[in-house]
Design a protein around this ligand. Structure first.
Ligand code: PRT
Ligand code: ZN
Length: 285
């Protein structure tokens, strides 16, 4: 039988969220993570657990069909792979940082300076576009200590909270790239494999829709129904059910997580009461 082979980071910042995504897609595996390879019970999927750096290469040469990986790694490695979709987790940025006490005067600062990084290709192309010529020192880990041990004048490193830079006396001065976890695919999948990938992506879309939305129920006086319907259009239009108390209705709809607090204030002003907001498990439009 045909299966879709996926590579996932064995252990690291992408692992847990990648597995959670598979679980939320309803895909079940026996004896998770204790092996290098695993086959799903209820979906034609085989997982390989790999180091993240190796994933683009395995996808390119067809050992696996798809992989979950940081966009930063895809841009650095320049492999022949297709970016299929962004997944909204492991968000970070690749930034340039310099010792805090230095005065920064724009990208020209980096001319003839040594920059330590694990992303030489991305950094080189960033400076080529700006006509600046630094010296790039490639190192594979603990980039942030390079200036303090005299190995470099500056760093280009991944940043999420910014606390690593701060603890090492560095100040972030330019953002080179934004990144998040993505699915990459081999560009020459067979028709059968592509069709399994399509069903997998359909499930992912439903999971991601549900993460971005909440189910909302509230009671409101009937006079407020038209205004509340405008605020809560839902997937098609809200469900409105009469309450036992005359002149009142129960309204059910879906609300974007990002607009949630603003809408709640508006709803209260319109006389809504007993507002319940519930997590959605899956959502198919
Ligand atoms: O062992 P393996 O090779 O598989 O893993 P790895 O150690 O190479 O990678 P890992 O697990 O550290 O990161 C995997 C991916 O997570 C990266 O390629 C990014 O796409 C993404 N990601 C998201 C991050 C961060 N956030 C992040 N903050 N990767 C690394 N960091 C590091 C950064 O390098 C710096 O040392 O965290 C530190 C900065 O964090 P803050 O919060 O202090 O700013
Ligand atoms: Zn790695």
């Amino acid at each position: 039988m045909n299966t879709l082979k996926i590579a996932i980071q064995k252990s690291g910042r992408l692992s847990e969220k990648s597995l959670e995504l598979l679980r939320d897609c309803g895909i079940k595996f026996p004896d998770f993570k204790s092996k290098l390879k695993n086959t799903a019970d209820n979906f034609p999927l085989e997982i390989l657990f790999l180091r993240d750096d190796d994933i683009p290469k395995y996808v390119e040469n067809g050992i696996v069909d798809i992989g979950i990986i940081g966009e930063n790694e895809v841009k650095e490695q320049l492999r022949d792979v297709t970016l299929v979709r962004r997944l909204g987790f492991a968000k970070c940025r690749l930034s340039l940082a310099i010792p805090r006490e230095q005065i920064y005067n724009g990208n020209g600062f980096f001319n003839a300076k040594k920059i330590a990084t694990s992303y030489p290709n991305i950094v080189r192309s960033y400076f080529e576009d700006r006509g600046v010529k630094p010296e790039i020192v490639e190192i594979s880990g603990s980039v942030e200590i390079a200036p303090s041990i005299g190995l470099a004048d500056a760093v280009a490193d991944l940043v999420s909270s910014g606390s690593t830079l701060m603890h090492n006396g560095l100040a972030e001065v330019e953002e080179i790239l934004r990144s998040e976890a993505v699915i990459i695919a081999n560009p020459a999948l067979t028709e059968q494999t592509s069709s399994i990938l399509d069903s997998f992506l359909f499930r992912i879309q439903a999971v991601m829709n549900s993460r971005e939305n909440k189910y909302i129920l509230l009671n409101a006086p009937n006079v407020a129904i038209p205004s509340i319907t405008k605020l809560l259009p839902g997937m098609k239009s809200p469900t409105i059910l009469p309450l036992a108390e005359a002149g009142w209705s129960s309204i059910h709809s879906v609300v974007k997580e990002s607009a949630f607090w603003e809408i709640i204030d508006e709803l209260k002003k319109l006389g809504a009461e007993g507002i319940l907001v519930i997590r959605i498990e899956k959502m198919v439009f």
